[in-house]
Design a protein around this ligand. Structure first.
Ligand code: ADP
Ligand code: MG
Length: 357
């Protein structure tokens, strides 16, 4: 990689805005600034309607921005048509041509661009290898599983050798188990080919698993950008704390009376220890007394709702290392001490725009 390709962002969005409606409708994308590095697996994460697809479509060139700019690898492409941009898109409803073989489906884009037959054949084989579908050339889409069809859709985009691949909820149509397998596989493919992936998802687990970095979208704005662990451990706002992972979120008043903290705070359910009422508390820990109000057994872990004596509720997640579900259920009504390390109380920015939806 040259100096230039590593330091110039693959994608740079500057004050990017898209309004579909008249003035009184909030813009779908409201002035976002974002830099995506070359070779990064970058996710746009947010709830439905937060502006992810609109942003992706503007990067692809399918949608013109109302204002702002799009730069790809140091070039302003804001007014360029899709075919003049070094990007390709994989959609959720990846329609393959049913009457064509896998190889013909993958070769289609090359044929349109009049790539000679010999080179087409080489590149189709290369693309099939990338998605680990060697030997599937002559199959038809109906003879493939959902995961294999998705990989053909990916091969069809990769065969064009774009520098940036845009993916809009590509695993949304797959069932949970297959989706989790494909998450691992997509990430491995991306790492192997080294192409920048811009990946749209509303699934926080998916974004945390796959991304080098991610941007959290809320109502057309980006509220936080960072590596998964950063965003998870240090959510910038109450919205992020609630949307990325589970959190207990407390306004000022509750934060003060239950946690002795100032300002709005959050704490992750898995950061809290469930002890007996007279168990000890260390110097760097905070603690409160309460009663177990409900229990949800989730297999690997159990979630307890604790009614604190201060009047606030607290969700606590415990890994089921020893306790069986029967024992968990008999816990309702038990008096407990909840204990947390003070460093695990997350202070949240004051931002009325960022209240949980
Ligand atoms: P996401 O992908 O995060 O679910 P979208 O970018 O699809 O969000 O949508 C953002 C907002 O823009 C939503 O309020 C949506 O209704 C609106 N929107 C999207 N596409 C159009 C369109 N073609 N015409 C009018 N409004 C649209
Ligand atoms: Mg969308």
């Amino acid at each position: 990689m040259s100096e230039r390709s590593s330091s110039v962002p693959a994608v740079s969005l500057r004050g990017l805005t898209k309004s579909y409606g008249s003035g009184d409708v909030a813009p779908a994308v409201a002035g976002i600034d974002l830099e995506i590095r070359d070779g990064e697996f970058f996710s746009l994460l947010g709830p439905s309607g937060s502006g992810k697809t609109t942003t992706l479509r503007m990067i692809a060139g399918f949608e013109a921005p109302t204002s702002g700019q799009i730069w790809l690898h140091g070039e302003d492409v804001t007014t360029k048509p899709p075919f003049d941009r070094d990007v390709n898109t994989v959609f959720q409803d990846y329609a393959l041509f049913p009457h064509m073989t896998v190889a013909e489906n993958i070769a289609y884009g090359l044929e349109v661009r009049r790539v000679p037959a010999a080179e087409r054949a080489v590149r189709v084989q290369e693309a099939l290898r990338m998605v680990r579908l060697e030997g599937y050339d002559e199959r038809r889409p109906a003879q493939l599983s959902g995961g294999q069809r998705q990989r053909v859709a990916l091969a069809r985009a990769l065969v064009n050798r774009p520098r940036v691949l845009l993916l809009d909820e590509p695993l949304g149509a797959l069932d949970l188990k297959l989706r989790e397998e494909m998450q691992v596989e997509l990430k491995a493919i991306q790492a192997a080919v080294g192409i920048t992936f811009v990946y749209v998802t509303h699934d926080q687990q998916e974004a945390l698993t796959m991304s080098d970095r991610l941007a959290v979208f809320h109502r057309g704005s980006i509220v936080q950008v960072g590596a998964p662990a950063e965003v998870y451990e240090h959510p910038a706002t109450a919205f992020v704390a609630g949307f990325v992972g589970n959190s207990n979120i407390y306004p000022d008043e509750s934060a003060r009376r239950s946690f002795g903290a100032r300002g709005r705070i959050a704490i992750r359910p898995e950061r809290i220890r469930l002890d007996k009422p007279d168990d000890l508390v260390a110097a760097d820990e905070g603690s409160a007394l309460g009663t177990i109000a409900s229990v949800v057994f989730l297999g690997a872990e159990t979630r307890y709702k604790i009614a604190l004596d201060t009047g606030d509720d607290l969700m606590v997640a415990q890994l089921n290392l020893k306790e069986s579900p029967m024992e968990s259920h008999s816990a309702i009504g038990r008096r407990v001490r909840v204990t947390w390390r003070r460093e695990h109380l997350l202070s949240l920015a004051e931002n009325p725009q960022a209240a949980p939806a």
